[in-house]
Design a protein around this ligand. Structure first.
Ligand SMILES: *Cc1c(COP(=O)(O)O)cnc(C)c1O
Length: 453
């Protein structure tokens, strides 16, 4: 198969450059760096229009969990498509959305599921619901939000107000009502003699000071539990979550957990926030935002789950006290069915092997294989949690490194896209030993090519 249909005709990459405006991209870059035209995908592999294979080591922007074209998800979608493709969710309902809401409720203890199609919309919904809750509760002055330094919650105008990544929001600053960004518990910020938990306690103390002053105007704290992925895989101790929960409860501020990236097993538990819980002390956010892995990387779907207390504050005879937000594709049956198939796989395992046990074995093996990468003289802060790996590259030169590395990784048959100077892996959960060896070996060879040895 060739990239061009007929000799002399423009390639697919070239047609794309003319007709498609690609996301998160300075389009001029593609004068020099060719787009990679993908023809098909299977398991963890992408196949380009020339027949070359690439290991999808970033899970196609963090969405794919069990590989591409997984037979169980594919069969569920085919079955659903033959029965009910889509129907509006205002005034109507259907089995997939009900079953998915019930199962997510059982898994999280948060029983009310509000759907949208992408992560940023889930953030918008959680922010709106929180502020509207306080309005319904007779405290309309509680309408501000607070997030963490480096926090990422999506890029629509509302979500940008709590996203602390300057490059993404500078141009839109006049449109955005910026929220305060408090110190991140990022364990790399630990002072000499401090461990990750002490670093978390220090960040939590700053949150406590802030809330003591501003709780009367603050509706919610929004954070990414355990790993701030878009900030460059900043990882923190679960102690921060325990302290933040206690502070939010004490100051009557909602806690919104954005598990859009870290949900569905990435951190070693189904949901990252579950690592803050203990047998004696369950741990629950007021709102939980999920998307990305929710459908295993097949269809766009997001959901906001909330507590009974939130739901009840809207339950009333007066229409205006209801949550009147909507999206056309809310609760799409196909997407819900894919999500149900994903939950089946977590229950039934991959080829009969329990997912989390299998991932622990995979992670141990990949850690071993990555020792030479972690030992490279330009590499620091090697870190891993669950099925997430990250390394910071010294003197990388923020602009050049990521693009140069991406191209070298392609030469190694790997799809990798560093964030700034942070190289990371977020692979699907279905890598065999040969794929793991290619990933670790290829990532090191690409680093040598970019930085020398
Ligand atoms: C990707 C992401 C979002 C935004 O999701 P989109 O589907 O890209 O809008 C929000 N929060 C986190 C933590 C994310 O990683």
């Amino acid at each position: 198969m060739s990239d061009s249909a007929t000799p002399g005709a423009p390639s697919l990459a070239e047609r794309s450059r003319r007709a498609v405006w690609h996301p998160c991209t300075q389009m001029k870059r593609h004068e020099r760096e060719p787009l990679l035209a993908i023809a098909s995908a299977e398991g963890p592999w992408l196949v380009d229009t020339g027949g070359r294979r690439y290991l999808d080591a970033v899970s196609s922007w963090w969405v794919n969990l069990f590989g591409h074209g997984h037979p169980h998800i594919r069969a569920a979608l085919a079955d659903q498509f033959a029965t009910l493709d889509h129907v509006m969710l205002a005034g109507l309902t259907h089995e997939p959305v009900v079953a998915l809401s019930e199962r997510l409720g059982e898994l999280t203890g948060l029983g009310h599921a509000f759907y949208a199609s992408d992560g940023a919309s889930a953030t918008e919904i959680a922010l709106k619901m929180s502020a509207h809750y306080w309005r319904n509760a007779g405290r309309p002055q509680k309408c501000e939000f607070v997030g963490l330094v480096g926090g990422y919650h999506g890029e629509t105008v509302g979500a940008l107000s709590v996203t602390d990544i300057a490059l993404f929001r500078e141009a839109y600053a006049p449109l955005v009502r910026l929220s305060a960004a408090l110190p991140s518990p990022d364990a790399r910020q630990a002072a000499p003699g401090e461990d990750a938990a002490a670093c978390a306690r220090r960040a939590a103390a700053a949150l406590g000071d802030y809330l003591a002053q501003h709780h009367e105007r603050t509706a919610a704290l929004i954070l990414e539990p355990l790993v701030q992925c878009a900030a460059g895989f900043a990882m923190h101790d679960a102690e921060y979550l325990r302290l933040a929960r206690a502070l939010c409860s004490r100051f009557e501020v909602h806690l919104i957990c954005d598990e859009i990236a870290v949900g569905f097993g990435r951190t070693g538990t189904l949901f990252a926030h579950q690592q803050a819980a203990s047998a004696e002390a369950p741990w629950r956010p007021d709102f939980l935002c999920l998307s990305k892995g929710l459908t295993g990387g097949t269809l766009p779907l997001s959901v906001v789950l909330c507590t009974d207390a939130v739901f009840e504050a809207f339950y009333d005879d007066r229409v205006a006290r209801g949550f009147l937000h909507s999206h056309s594709y809310t609760g799409n049956p196909l997407a819900c069915r894919a999500a149900l198939a994903v939950l089946d796989l977590f229950e039934e395992g991959i080829d009969g092997e329990p997912v989390f046990e299998r991932n622990r074995v995979t992670a141990a093996r990949l850690n071993e294989l990555c020792e030479p990468l972690s030992a490279h003289p330009r590499v620091r802060d090697a870190r891993q949690l669950g099925m997430l790996w990250a390394w910071d590259i010294d003197d990388a030169g923020i602009d050049g490194f990521s693009g140069a590395y991406h191209l070298e990784a392609r030469e190694q048959g790997l799809l990798l896209r560093p964030i700034g100077n942070t190289l990371y892996f977020m692979p699907p959960y279905v890598l065999d030993n040969a794929a793991l060896e290619q990933l670790a070996g290829g990532a090191l060879r690409a680093l040598h090519a970019v930085c020398g040895s």
